[in-house]
Each structure stands twice: as C-alpha cells, then as structure tokens.
Design a protein around this ligand. Structure first.
Ligand code: SF4
Length: 462
C-alpha cells in the first residue's frame, strides 16, 4: 500500500479522527453501498451498532453525530461546520433522516444507534450498519473499522475512502518507496536526497508539482485558520465540564505584554502553547481542523510550524512545504509499522506520533541531515512512550488540549537536541516504534480511549 502525505493530513472536523471523521466516512460509505445495490428505495430504517471504544467514548467524541451526518451524505472535508447543528436538530426533531439526502427513513437515536460495550475482534473501533425494510427485514449489513487518524477499513481490511479524498489511488508505484526509518535513510543516502525532496518525488506520482504545492499550502492555511478562530473565540467548550476556552485570553495577554517586565527568553514557548491550545479548542467544538495525524493531536504540528514560521530566522513558504512533507514521511512509517489509534496504543499513537513527526520536520527545515531528522523523530516518540489515553467525560478536552501544547514543546526540544548531535544515536526510530506497539499491547484497555481509567475516573464532575 502506498501512503500519501494527504493520508496523514486531511481537512476535516473535530473532535476526533477515529471517533468522528472515520465513522462519518463509514456511515456515508454504507449509504452509498445501499444506493449502488438499488436498495435505497426499500430502506425504511437503519440500525447502527457501535462497539468497543466507539461505544465507550463515542458520545463525548461525537460519534453519534458523525454517524447521522454521514448517513445523510455529508463528508468531513466538505461539510460546513456551521451547518452541523441545524442538520442534527432537524433529524432529532423530525425523527427522520434522509439517506444521502435522497431516501427518508425513520431514525430515532435511542432505537437506531446502539452503544455496545464489547469489541469486535479486528479492532476496538468497530461499527456495524444494518438496513431494514418496512417489515423490519434485513436488506443489507456491513462492518467497518475506524483504525485511527480517519483511516477506515471494511470487514475485508480494504481501505474505504471518500470520493473527495486527495489520497487516491493507493496502488501507485513510487520512485522512492520506504516502509521503515531504515529504508528511508537508505533511500536518502543512496540518492543523496533530503527526506522532503524524496517525498516530493513520490507525491508527484499522484499530482503535479503545482497541484501538490497548492494542496500542501491549503493544509497549512487550514491549520492557520484553526489557530485564528481559536484565538478569536471565547466562552465554554461543549460538555458537562463546561471547560473555559483559554486561547483568546492568552492571545490578548501575549499581544499586550508588560512593557516594564524584563525580557523573557522563553516567550516563544507561550506562543507555541497558544497555537496548540487554539487548534485543539477548535477541534473540541467540532470546528474545521486538519487531522495531523489525528484530531486529538491536531494542534502539535500546526503549533511547531507556526513557531518555525514566526520565530526561526529566514522562514519561507518552501519551509512550509518541506516541513509538511518531512512530517508526512515520518507519519507514513508510523502508519505502516505502528498505530495512529488511541484505542489501540493510547495517546502514544496520537500526541506521541504528532510530536515525533513535528520534531523530525522542524529538524529538517532547520538544516538537519536525514540522520538528524530521524534522530529528532525518535526522541519525539521515546519520551512519549507509555502515554495513556484517559479523556475526562470521553471528551477530547482534558488532558488532550494541554497535551498538544506539551507535545509541541517537546517536539521543539527534540529537534534542538538532535541538531546538536551528528545523527548517530543508540535507539533507532524503527526500534522506538516497535517499543510503542509493545507498550500499547501491554497497556490495560481502560487506558485506551475508554474513559474507564486514569484522569477520567479521578475527576468528579459537577
Ligand atoms: S488523551 Fe490523547 S489519545 Fe486520548 S483522546 Fe486525548 S488526544 Fe486523543
């Protein structure tokens, strides 16, 4: 399977790539399957069963909302975030949903959306759709799995994509294929290329250079838009905790520093925190963000890239391209050998991977060799090993929002440490990915996006 940069970076909506974006894609896919089989006119209603982690944290992560929107034909990269609430209100009021905006069916959430605690064998994020006719007889059914980062596979393990996906097709032959960190370094050494240059040649198999630049810059613009909206929005985040949004207040503080205060050598750190918090608050309200490589971790890469553009001398548009391509190359290695799923390996697979991608990318645009980039990426993961996923109330808010800020700061430090060395180091990126997977396998289920352990059970909600 060939994985593109646009598999790692996808424009979508919050709050979760595995629990919102993936289920929306799967629900729409099932409706499209009914249409292709000529079954839409006979469909009177439809039952969705959510399993494992999708059941445990699905309500807090917006899975129920995503399923309804997907069945109605919406796509995460196309839907206007402002149209979401009216669309859901209409379904709830009328207890009717129009499949693909064509076929009206009865849809009562309590009856037609089932949250089942057990997991399906293939993956903890499983879902099953069953279409029924007017007599209640089954017309068709299908299972899908949201395997992390917005990737969806069917029961045969085949990838499910939106028709608007930028990543089609996956069976392309690439000029510089790589599966592991060792492969990537060998390709760079053999062809005397940077990681970004190598990725660029691979991506050109899917699209022209101007189109590639345009789409990468669109990813950056979407990240920047999330920062801007986050800095301009106040109030509370959704959910019973009523968490206060912080980015707007922090932005005002940073814009108006005390002129009599001594120079703060770590002022840039406050801005990095701001960028990450702004994006993740937007994610928490279901706003437009870039899955990078997940939604829960959507703030790390924008924060580090904003840091580079604002605080590193000589920053240019080319750096944005190189940063995203290098980050994507590292993400591809995780996708092929590791996991991007909090339900599978805890937050190692979300903020941990984003930190590793950002660390390597920053090292690259600050002049690092491929070996230093690989070193930075390895450091970025090494110090996130064992990180659990225990979101309070099943919401992608605490610890997720601050955790992105911490991940971004850690990524910058990892890049700086790697750039002070010559690229030689003891633990390789491939070894740390293997360790991440082993640690994830040993981690108790309650720490893997179920909200049944850790912070999630130690904070009393009002
Ligand atoms: S704790 Fe990490 S993995 Fe879990 S929901 Fe939050 S960001 Fe995602």
């Amino acid at each position: 399977m060939s994985v593109s940069a646009f598999d790692l970076f996808k424009i979508g909506i919050g709050p979760s790539s595995s629990h919102t974006v993936g289920p929306m894609i799967a629900a729409r896919q099932f409706a499209c399957k009914l249409r292709a089989a000529g079954l839409l006119p006979a469909t009177a209603t439809l039952v969705t069963e959510l399993y494992g982690s999708l059941s445990a944290t699905g309500r807090g992560h917006g899975t129920d909302r995503a399923i309804m929107l997907g069945l109605a034909g919406h796509q995460p990269d196309q839907i206007d975030p402002n149209a979401i609430e009216p669309a859901l209100a209409s379904i709830r009021e009328t207890q009717q949903l129009r499949l693909l905006d064509i076929q009206p069916i009865a849809f009562r959430e309590k009856e037609h959306m089932l949250f089942l605690r057990k997991s399906l064998p293939f993956h903890p994020n499983g879902m099953r759709f069953v279409a029924l006719d007017a007599a209640g007889a089954e017309l068709a059914s299908a299972e899908y799995f949201s395997v992390g980062g917005g990737f969806v596979v069917d029961a045969d393990g085949q990838r499910v994509l939106n028709e608007t996906s930028l990543a089609l097709p996956t069976a392309v032959e690439l000029p510089y294929p790589f599966d592991t960190g060792a492969d990537l370094l060998a390709q760079c050494s053999r062809h005397q290329m940077s990681i970004a240059a190598l990725m660029l040649e691979n991506e050109k198999q899917w699209r022209t250079l101007p189109e590639l630049r345009r789409q990468l810059l669109a990813i950056w613009q979407t990240m920047a838009g999330a920062v801007q909206r986050g800095c301009a929005s106040s109030g509370h985040l959704p959910g019973r905790m009523q968490v206060q949004r912080r980015a707007a207040g922090l932005y005002q503080q940073l814009q108006n520093p005390d002129k009599n205060a001594p120079l703060d050598p770590l002022a840039a750190m406050d801005w990095v925190n701001l960028y990450a918090i702004a994006v993740n608050e937007e994610n928490a309200v279901g706003g437009r963000v870039v899955t990078a490589p997940t939604n829960g971790a959507a703030g790390v890469i924008p924060a580090v890239l904003h840091y580079q553009q604002r605080f590193v001398a000589g920053a240019s548009e080319d750096h944005i391209i190189d940063f995203l391509l290098t980050a994507a190359a590292i993400g591809i290695i995780y996708k092929k050998n590791g996991s991007l799923s909090g339900a599978e390996v805890g937050c190692q697979g979300e903020v941990g991977v984003a930190c590793s991608m950002a660390a390597g990318a920053l090292a690259a645009v600050m002049g690092g060799s491929p070996a230093q980039v690989e070193n930075a990426a390895e450091i970025g993961m090494e110090h996130n090993l064992g990180m659990t996923c225990d979101p309070i109330s099943g919401l992608v808010q605490i610890p997720c929002i601050e955790r992105n800020a911490m991940g971004a700061i850690k990524a910058i430090n990892a890049a700086r440490m790697a750039l002070r060395g010559n690229g030689t180091h003891v633990v390789s990126l491939d070894k740390v990915i293997k360790t991440m997977m082993q640690t994830g396998a040993d981690m108790k289920t309650k720490y893997k996006e179920t909200s049944r352990g850790g912070l999630a059970v130690n904070i009393v909600e009002c």
